[in-house]
Design a protein around this ligand. Structure first.
Ligand code: NAP
Length: 541
């Protein structure tokens, strides 16, 4: 602590989610003085907040777990193929205990600003009045692991704030849970959170009305318990699983079919779709290598999906509403569900298409629709998503060279080199976020990939006597262009997705993650490190 109450540290880590936890662990192991700050009361990040009924990972639990410690990997027993939110929280809590990570974090404490001192190239970091009581720190490095889906989005529906029943957002779910037994419940939003929660809310509610603006593609998880034999098998093959995951597009050990969609005959094509269908969920989007680049190939995958899904829905008119017609399959994240479509076969569940009958306003207990109908509700669930990828950073006053706000530097879309650094913001790193595979891949492996790259980088700086590293302006321009061109070569630009910021009014329409794949990205950043950090300015004093 310096005499003016400013604590001096090597690294401030923001966020105790999967990225922040590993960052703190690795930095500490390497001897850096680290302080971590977390807005929530405990570790977990996105899993800490998203406690809605049915919250479950859409990456298999064996893969959605840290790989950095062999013993950790072998000692933890996952109970299901796709883990629920409570089980993932137990796992992250176990990791925090095992490596004694909580002692480096201050919880219930948000970083509100980070300001660069251009003389020393150190960052002055301030926290709010939470548990830390408004701390001021001087840090050589600022590391953000604030999560891509942590800034909730509320729909601009007139009267929403005065709804007379109870309102919940899936991304800020009450820790004590919600009992919907006997209630008339409305769910607005049919992305992953809505689709996962609807079947469970339907189990309790007396009446459930789902308000759908856009239909989404969803595929059953094919979830199942993992018994001892299955776990033994997984553990015996972990090394190979991880090797394949690191080479893959999405950070899971599954490769696309070696040939293009129309280069195989009908039977082989259907077998390939069927195999992916059995794997469950989001993996279906990469059955064939051209599925997200060629519209004809996409149509074939979509037709198979439609055939499967229509067979699950009794009423063809309801099926018509639930089958998307506005975007190619996989251009928004395919949802991984459990009994979603079957839920609409239940008597007390109703689907309202907002495209045909929009919500005009909320009045007392009623959702008032454009045709004048009033849907009376006791509880309203907003599954309306997030200001994704940039929302959580935007909340922090981050000022780099010349006092420039990061938010302003990114006003036309995020500007990064490799997703890691931005010119004008030396020694400031944003991990597993924009400009990297992040949300398009298994985020635990993305976090490890970034933290490992970063700690190697810091060791390189120290070994060569550099005080700072800063992305060069040209390298940022080139990376932004490369990310844009790669996205434009796919079908991803054709959907109004949160990847593009399309769900937030006024947000620039820029494809934010790197679409080139987890394995390919790993090779790119490894090559940059091997070249002595080409594209970065290394600053000596
Ligand atoms: P989302 O995908 O952005 O879905 C939000 C939903 O709310 C959409 O259906 C959207 O309709 C609707 N909506 C937004 N504003 C509205 C308005 N004003 N009126 C009516 N409807 C409105 O958000 P999410 O479901 O929370 O999922 C976000 C991401 O989190 C997912 O894509 C996934 O990556 C991740 N996630 C993963 C899991 C998992 O499986 N592990 C679970 C939950 C979330 P439009 O589509 O028309 O905008």
């Amino acid at each position: 602590m310096s005499d003016n109450n400013t604590e001096s540290v090597d690294v401030v880590v923001v966020g105790a989610g999967v990225t922040g936890l590993y960052a703190v662990h690795k930095m500490r192991q390497l001897g850096y003085r680290v302080r971590g700050f977390e807005r929530g009361a405990d570790v977990g990040g996105v899993w800490y907040w998203n406690r809605y009924p049915g919250a479950r990972c859409d990456v298999e639990s064996a893969d959605y777990s840290y790989s950095f410690d062999e013993e950790l990997q072998l000692e933890w027993d996952w109970s299901e193929k796709y883990a629920t939110q409570p089980e993932i929280m137990r796992y992250l809590s176990h990791v925090a205990d095992r490596f004694d990570l909580r002692r480096s974090f201050t919880f219930n404490s948000s970083v509100v600003s980070a300001e660069l001192d251009e003389e020393t190239l150190r960052w002055t970091v301030r926290t709010d009045d939470g548990e830390g009581g408004g701390e001021v720190l001087s840090a050589r490095f600022c590391v953000f692991g604030v999560g891509c889906l942590s800034s909730t989005h509320l729909p601009a529906i007139p009267g929403l704030e005065s709804f007379a029943g109870a309102t919940y957002h899936t991304g800020e779910w009450p820790h004590e849970g919600v009992d919907f037994t006997g209630l008339r419940v409305g769910v607005i939003g049919t992305g992953s959170s809505g689709i996962q929660s609807v079947p469970l809310i339907a189990d309790q509610a007396a009446q459930l009305t789902v308000f759908q603006r856009s239909a989404n593609y969803s595929i059953p998880a094919g979830n199942k318990p993992l018994d001892e034999a299955a776990r033994r098998e997984l553990k015996a093959t972990y090394a190979e699983r991880r090797r394949l995951a690191r080479l893959s597009g999405g950070g899971s050990p599954f490769m696309t079919h070696p040939r293009r969609t129309l280069d195989v005959d009908e039977q082989e094509r259907r077998e390939a779709y069927e195999k992916r269908w059995e794997l469950g969920g989001v993996l279906y989007s990469k059955t064939f290598p051209d599925q997200l680049t060629d519209l004809t190939a996409n149509h074939a995958a979509r037709a198979f999906w439609e055939e499967k899904v229509r067979a699950r829905i009794d009423d063809p008119a309801v099926a018509d509403l639930l089958v998307p017609t506005d975007h190619p399959i996989g251009t928004k994240r395919i949802v991984t569900d459990s009994d979603y479509y079957e839920t609409y076969n239940r008597e007390h569940v109703r689907l309202v298409s907002l495209r045909e009958n929009a919500i005009e306003r909320i009045d007392g207990h009623d959702v008032v629709l454009a045709d004048g109908e009033r849907v009376e509700l006791d509880a309203l669930v907003l599954a309306t998503g997030f200001d994704a990828m940039t929302g959580s950073l935007d909340r922090i006053d981050i000022r780099g060279r010349g006092g420039q706000l990061l938010k302003d530097a990114w006003s036309a879309g995020p500007r990064t080199y490799l997703g890691l650094g931005t010119d004008g913001f030396p020694n400031l790193f944003n991990l597993a976020g924009v400009g990297s595979p992040s949300v398009l891949a298994n985020v635990i492996l993305c976090a490890e990939q970034h933290v490992d790259w970063l700690t190697d980088c810091l060791a390189h700086l120290d070994a060569h006597g550099y005080v700072a590293i800063e992305a060069a302006e040209q390298a940022v321009e080139d990376w932004v262009r490369e990310c844009r061109e790669r996205a434009a070569a796919t079908l991803m630009m054709s959907a109004d997705s949160w990847y593009l910021g399309a769900n937030i009014p006024g947000k620039p329409r820029v494809f934010m993650p790197f679409v080139g794949g987890f394995g390919a990205y790993g090779e790119i950043i490894a090559a940059v490190a091997a070249s002595g950090y080409k594209g970065f300015d290394l600053i000596a004093r």
